[in-house]
Design a protein around this ligand. Structure first.
Ligand code: DGT
Ligand code: CA
Ligand code: CA
Length: 577
């Protein structure tokens, strides 16, 4: 399991090389690209090296001979010489410090040079002594920002992104099932509820051989250490930096246990109150009548039904009114992953994506999509290699040409167009009119006050050009606070102008989140679940976006990328009038 470690080291090398001067910018970019490649690989680079040698590593996108050698060096020696040398020169915890909002490598280096700050502890001390505000290029506002960033980091560092935790939980579950020791193995807890971050993993198992199951678990290569071990409950610490509870339960109690350990705690409490009202008792072993006779327990459906309720989807179990609806048989039918017909938010090599347009199309076909919309960046996104009007027009013509080559997928033309500081759009009307739909997005000047930001977004909405508002709050989970705007005013404007809001599926965005979705529904808005894909593996994220949509009680009919291509075309054209 080397991917995470090596990706982190590569990012740190890039951070440190950036300080060495601009002549290294090519190498810096290469390291960063390689870090993304490695961290999103399904297979471990250690396995690739073992099976295919150094050539196998060089086949990975963005990994040349030099980087492949570095990867091998780490796998074989546990060290990368270049990294060790740089680290001697810059004994700074870049990884943690750079995850704080507003701190890039240059600022971190300045804090080190001027104040000797090497790690988060030093930084906290400097903030509390107000030493940072006097530094050139920082100021009081920036010191306060850093203080907020530290608080946020401490809050979320205890939790892990669902996008990282879920695949890990699935790997463990699959290994348990593959071992033949487990009859059933399923994910419970917040991971099953598709919460955006999870505190620990919860896995339930049924088995005739509980002791062997626990031995198997504590010996998994994913496990770093065993925290507690018993034949019904074992807790291990995983190498990815998360703990995991494994419980072996009896077959006849499996449903009751799953209901209990899926949570949320608040949902569980409400359901148990219903049981009490009926004179029953509900716990993780089953549902029991007043005489103590077990009347349900093997399946969750049975437990809910015996309580007079319809089955409640895990994503809804947050005590937000779902228990009442289940009793009244009025639960909404939630959108499912298989309802998704295409993706409307996609990047390619034309801006900051990693893949050629043709490869992305092939991937979309492989995923069973009937359409895909390309939406590369506009010029103000310098860091994302955004395009100006002329380049964009060429891009859109290129899409037209490409589209002719494909019979079994439709291709739509779009752009992720910056909503500038004054609310105007980053491209000319002529260019915007060439698109099938326009995605508007706030990327710059994100610290505006609430009133100005509200005006800015509404101006863009009222321009009549924006069809979809991308990642509306621009938050990055654990890294960046949402931008400040008046949801009511913006959503009302969106409704009046027929603007769709995005549920961005990227693991650290998931934006709108469940609360934002509830709010948007008050105004009857439509949603687009957008991958924001920058490489082929990002197609995996659709289920995270759908998970968030389900947490917001979203139905298929509310999501435009569940429409057929013809319906979608009609929808977009009607909007244009
Ligand atoms: P997390 O791990 O913080 O992301 O959130 P959960 O929901 O996975 O919480 P966790 O792992 O502490 O416990 C898993 C489930 O077990 C939880 O959702 C509900 C149930 N549970 C745990 N402790 C209690 C409790 O004290 N009372 C009740 N009613 N249920 C509990
Ligand atoms: Ca948990
Ligand atoms: Ca737990």
């Amino acid at each position: 399991m080397y991917n995470k470690q090596i990706a982190e080291i590569f990012n740190e090398i890039a951070d440190m090389m950036e300080l060495e001067g601009t002549e290294h910018s090519f190498e810096v970019r290469a390291y960063r690209k390689a870090a993304i490649t490695i961290s999103t690989l399904q297979e471990d680079v250690g396995d690739i090296l073992k099976k295919e040698g150094i050539e196998g590593l060089q086949k990975l996108p963005g990994i040349g001979k030099g980087l492949a050698d570095r990867i091998r060096e780490f796998i074989e020696t546990g060290k990368i010489q270049k990294y060790e040398e740089l680290k001697k020169k810059y004994p700074i915890d870049f990884k943690t410090l750079s995850s704080i909002q507003g701190l890039g490598p240059k600022k971190i280096f300045k804090l080190y040079k001027e104040l000797g700050i090497k790690n988060i502890e030093d930084l906290k001390k400097a903030v509390s002594e107000h030493k940072i505000r006097d530094l050139e290029g920082f100021g009081e506002k920036s010191e306060n920002e850093i203080a907020k960033g530290i608080a946020m980091l401490e809050e979320t560092s205890k939790r892990m992104l669902l996008g990282v935790a879920l695949p890990e939980a699935e790997r463990i579950v699959n290994k348990l099932l593959g071992s033949k020791l487990a009859i059933k193995a399923v994910i419970a807890g917040s991971t099953r509820r598709m919460k955006e971050t999870v505190g620990d993993l919860d896995i339930l198992v049924t088995s005739d051989k509980p002791t062997e199951v626990m031995d198997f678990v504590t010996n998994l290569p994913e496990v770093e250490s065993t925290i507690a071990k018993g034949s019904t409950k074992t807790t291990v610490w995983l190498k990815i930096g998360l703990s995991c509870d494994i419980r072996v339960v009896e077959e006849k109690s499996f449903g009751a246990a799953l209901q209990y350990f899926t949570g949320s705690k608040e949902h569980g409490i409400e359901v148990r109150k219903i049981a009490v009202k009926k004179g029953y008792k509900l716990n993780e072993y089953g549902l029991f009548d007043s005489k103590g006779k077990m009347i349900a327990g093997a399946t969750e459906e049975e437990v809910y039904n015996k309580l007079g309720m319809d089955y409640i989807e895990p994503e809804m179990r947050e005590a937000r009114g779902e228990v009442e609806l289940a009793l009244e048989h009025k639960l909404p039918k939630l959108i499912e992953l298989r309802d998704i017909k295409g993706n409307l938010h996609t990047h390619t090599k034309f801006s900051d994506g990693a893949n050629e347009m043709e490869d992305v199309i092939e991937e979309a076909i492989k995923r069973g999509y009937s359409y895909i919309g390309f939406s590369d960046h506009s010029k103000s996104e310098h860091v994302a290699n955004g395009m100006n009007d002329k380049e964009f027009q060429e891009y859109l013509s290129y899409i037209d040409k490409i589209a002719e080559k494909y019979e079994n997928i439709k291709i739509l033309k779009s752009g992720e167009v910056d909503i500038l500081k004054d609310g105007s759009l980053d491209l000319e009307p002529k260019t915007l009119k060439m698109m099938d739909y326009v995605i508007g997005a706030v990327h710059t000047n994100i610290n505006m006050d609430k009133e100005s930001m509200t005006k800015r977004i509404i101006k863009a909405i009222e321009s009549g050009y924006v069809d979809i508002l991308a990642h509306p709050t621009d938050r990055l989970i654990g890294e960046r606070e949402p931008i400040q705007f008046d949801f009511d005013k913006v959503f009302e404007a969106a409704k009046e102008n027929g603007v769709v809001v995005e549920i961005n599926a990227f693991p650290n965005r998931l934006d709108l989140n469940d609360e934002g979705i509830f709010k948007a529904r008050e105004y009857g808005l439509m949603f687009s679940i957008g991958l924001d894909a920058h490489r082929l593996s990002h197609f995996d994220y659709m289920r995270l976006g759908v998970g968030m949509a389900r947490r917001g009680w979203t139905k298929k009919e509310e999501v435009i990328n569940t429409m057929s291509y013809d319906q979608l075309k009609k929808f977009l054209e009607k909007r244009k009038k």
